[in-house]
Design a protein around this ligand. Structure first.
Ligand SMILES: *Cc1c(COP(=O)(O)O)cnc(C)c1O
Length: 370
């Protein structure tokens, strides 16, 4: 296994997750495969995060921002749209905090079917909204939050015209399992801990199902503890109650009533994991840290597990999962779920204004200030 600071072997990059893992997925010879070459994302060893955790632990980042629409949603969408086309569906519909709609719109375009997306007005990061328009989806904004949008979509899905491609569609979860398969294939076994952001809770459910299925197939010997991180202002699972008005800068996890709540709860319990919270400030600090120390620019939600990892190493802050519970020599994987360019506002607001200097060597050197 590679332990140097290099990207691990990803021989199947570009094949698409259905082609690579079809024996584990509900497809048959007659299923048309709608793919954009998703999956096969790099698992990047972070020597700096490993040093921060210390005690011989290894920290890896599963860089899901490198999928075709720049988030992990593509893994589930390839399967959901393929199955929808197999069933003769002519239109897909979803509620979204942004990335599901970007992905649904792209895969619907690829399949040649229609796509409608229902979004909370004014709450979608500009890059994601732009993607839905670019791929030609019918975009509807509602006066309400994501949870309200999902209620409307559930109602519309009862009609025959639409196939719902939110993560309440089991094909989405099946497709997303492939990320766990890839991690095991790269590491040679399951990691000891898996950290990820927790929004509608589909992804933690999918990873846990993937790890178990791969173990049952004899491809790994152990299972990781699943650690999910919610934003402090949108933490229904942490508090054990629905949050009416979830608020956080991390729009992808701004969800007050997760659709996969129960399955995610089981994943956390059965894996002896935990759900913890991180503040918006911790999220932004972790986002900046990852970009400036590892060259990996992620959207705010994706920085939640990194913020969570920092907190795990900081027993004074009293995290749910203290450092002392992370055994020596543990292998830790953090999924960074979406690309930073999707949500430029956060960064633009913080970027310093540029003032032009005279076009000569001295002025430019002075401005650099090294
Ligand atoms: C969808 C999404 C999440 C949350 O995943 P869930 O499956 O809803 O828990 C986190 N980060 C990004 C970038 C996402 O797009």
């Amino acid at each position: 296994m590679t332990k140097s600071n290099e990207v691990l072997r990803t021989p199947d990059r570009g094949r698409g997750v259905i082609a690579r893992y079809r024996e584990y997925l509900p497809v048959s010879e007659s299923t048309p495969i709608i793919s954009l070459g998703e999956g096969g994302t790099p698992l990047i060893f972070s020597s700096r995060l490993s040093a921060i955790v210390g005690r011989g632990c290894e920290v890896y980042l599963k860089y899901e921002g490198l999928n075709p629409t720049c988030s992990f949603k593509d893994r589930g969408m390839t399967l959901a749209v393929s199955k929808a086309v197999e069933c003769g569906t002519v239109a897909v519909i979803c509620a979204s905090t942004g990335n599901t709609s970007a992905s649904a719109a792209a895969y619907a375009a690829r399949a040649g079917i229609r796509c409608a997306v229902v979004l909370p007005a004014g709450k979608i990061a500009s890059g994601k909204l732009l993607q839905a328009f670019a791929y030609g989806a019918k975009v509807v904004a509602i006066d309400g939050n994501f949870d309200d949008a999902l209620l409307v979509v559930r109602a519309l899905g009862r009609r025959d015209d639409f196939a719902i491609v939110n993560s309440i569609n089991p094909d989405r979860i099946s497709g997303q399992k492939t990320a766990a398969f890839e991690i095991v294939d790269d590491l040679g076994d399951a990691p000891d801990f898996h950290l990820l952001p927790l929004g509608n809770a589909g992804n933690i459910t999918a990873y846990w199902a993937g790890y178990r299925e791969y173990r049952d197939a004899g491809n790994c010997t152990s299972l990781p503890a699943m650690l999910g991180f919610q934003a402090a202002g949108a933490a229904p699972m942490f508090h054990g109650r629905v949050v009416e008005n979830p608020e956080t800068i991390a729009s992808a996890i701004r969800i007050g009533n997760p659709a996969s709540w129960e399955a995610a709860q089981r994943a956390v319990q059965d894996s002896r994991g935990a759900v913890d919270i991180v503040t918006d400030n911790e999220i932004l600090e972790a986002q900046r840290w990852l970009a400036t120390h590892e060259g990996i620019f992620v959207e705010p939600a994706s920085a939640a597990p990194i913020a969570g990892l920092f907190n795990c190493c900081e027993p004074v802050r009293g995290p749910v999962y203290p450092f002392t519970q992370i055994r020596e020599g543990s292998r830790i994987v953090c999924t960074v779920t979406g690309h930073g360019l999707k949500d430029p506002e956060v960064m633009v607001d913080r970027a310093t204004k540029l003032t032009a200097v005279a076009p000569n060597e001295q002025e430019v050197l002075r401005a650099i200030g090294f």
